[in-house]
Design a protein around this ligand. Structure first.
Ligand SMILES: [Zn+2]
Length: 447
């Protein structure tokens, strides 16, 4: 095995080697020299058809592929599912992912309110049924058409709103019982930034049935269960719904748009959950949806983070496109000097110019002393920096990587103030403080 290969990021999240999962089909694909930071790509399953060629190329290059089913957008009726319906749902959920080329499959992840223990039990039942279906079909075996591919993996998925997080630590033992290879946590941004287009969600959730007895459908948000989606619905066509016309980036708030204490608390809680799951199970945890602060999670020891070049978080409810299609979306622009993104808009033109004039960029997608222009340059630049930041966050060991990141954060705070940019998200410090407190507790317990 060459030195180069040994240095590659794992194709699936791995506890001993932290890595980045590249989200979305936008922007350039990972270059060979970036394989030290990026081992895997992630796409929404509903875009798998549109990106079939990308998925095939990624697999051919030895990258892992996960196809996120976004089950939380297809909530189930409130009535409990029968055991047969649970098993059927689990089978079809796996079928859809594996048929589309996933090398890492996940269990369904619906939203469950903290005060809905029956809903959580059903989610756990779906997860156990998925594990059973996986073992029955020996899902880890590579597909017959790719006999030399590495083994596939099954990870337990959880979709989490910030308000759901406090109830989760009590459940880690239940999640640990699942015979899975790892955990995939998606943090959904329900804050003001998730609603920036006005209407709370242009694409409504699949209708959630009214509770028996005639309660309001709105009650369902406190009793979010999930309905088995019609066969094939993930791919759009077979149930008559048109497939999504074009891939779109996750429609979250721009990083920095709503990075208040609430978001910082959510990042602290998901850090605690991820590190606790890793400690209890010895399995890797991947966190998606952390926005720009994903590097803080990596630096603090989370095995993998999933992030994309547009920097968006995963909005819930989902947002409509702004009406002018994918190409019309203004992109935030990453700069390492502020440890995050300059928001779109002419108001920050001077800041963009100043950042690149004083700290030139070596990504190669644009002139180094000037900000990237246009979608291609901006996505290329942002994507290059995703890999660079993931690499920088994972050089040594978490305690040391955190210290280096903290000193960069202090410089970023000053630069943002000088350039009249939104303040650095408190999420950066919240993640590191959570991890440090955990290490102190562990050290005290061992002393
Ligand atoms: Zn650049």
């Amino acid at each position: 095995m060459s030195e180069d290969r040994q240095n590659r990021a794992p194709r699936h999240p791995w506890l001993d080697r932290r890595s980045l999962v590249l989200w979305g089909g936008d922007g350039p694909e990972p270059a060979d020299e970036e394989r030290d930071a990026i081992g895997m790509i992630a796409l929404p399953l509903r875009h798998a058809d549109a990106h079939a060629a990308l998925i095939a190329r990624a697999r051919a290059k030895g990258l892992g592929v996960t196809l996120v089913t976004e089950s939380w957008q297809e909530q189930l009726p409130v009535e409990p599912l029968s055991a047969a319906a649970v098993a059927d749902h689990a089978e079809r959920h796996l079928d859809a992912q594996l048929a589309a080329g996933a090398t890492l499959a996940t269990t369904p992840a619906h939203l469950v309110a903290p005060d809905d223990p029956a809903g959580r039990e059903q989610e756990l039942a779906l997860a156990h049924a998925t594990v059973a279906a996986w073992q029955e079909r020996q899902g880890w075996r590579p597909p017959p058409q790719h006999p030399d591919a590495g083994p596939r993996e099954l990870h337990a998925a959880l979709a989490l709103r910030p308000s759901d997080l406090p109830a989760l630590p009590a459940l880690t033992e239940r999640f640990a019982e699942l015979s899975v290879d790892g955990y995939w946590l998606t943090l959904l941004d329900t804050g003001p930034a998730a609603h920036r287009s006005g209407a709370p969600g242009g694409r409504p959730l699949a209708p959630v049935a009214a509770p028996p007895g005639g309660g309001q459908p709105g009650d369902s948000l406190s009793r979010l269960r999930a309905a088995a989606p019609p066969r094939g619905s993930w791919q759009g066509a077979p149930d008559g719904r048109p497939p999504d016309p074009a891939p779109s980036p996750p429609r979250g708030g721009w990083p920095g748009a709503a990075d208040g204490d609430g978001w910082a608390a959510a990042l602290a809680e998901i850090t605690e959950l991820a590190l606790e799951l890793q400690a209890q199970t010895g399995r890797p945890v991947a966190v998606a949806g952390a926005g720009a602060a994903h590097a803080a999670l990596l630096a603090s020891g989370v095995a993998a983070v999933c992030a994309g070049p547009s920097g968006a978080r995963v909005a819930f409810p989902p947002q409509p496109l702004d009406g002018d299609g994918v190409t019309g979306i203004a992109l935030p622009l990453f700069h390492p000097g502020i440890l995050g993104f300059v928001p779109p808009g002419a108001a920050h033109d001077d800041a963009r110019t100043a950042l690149f004039a004083t700290e030139p960029c070596r990504c190669g997608f644009h002139r180094s002393f000037e900000p990237p222009r246009g979608r291609r340059e901006t996505l290329g630049h942002n994507r290059w920096w995703l890999a660079a930041e993931a690499r920088d966050a994972t050089r040594l060991v978490p305690a040391l990587d955190e210290i280096r990141l903290a000193s960069r954060a202090a410089r970023a705070v000053r630069a943002r103030r000088r350039l009249d940019l939104p303040p650095l998200s408190p999420a950066w410090t919240a993640v590191a403080e959570t991890a440090r407190a955990r290490r102190a507790r562990t050290a005290a317990a061992l002393a």
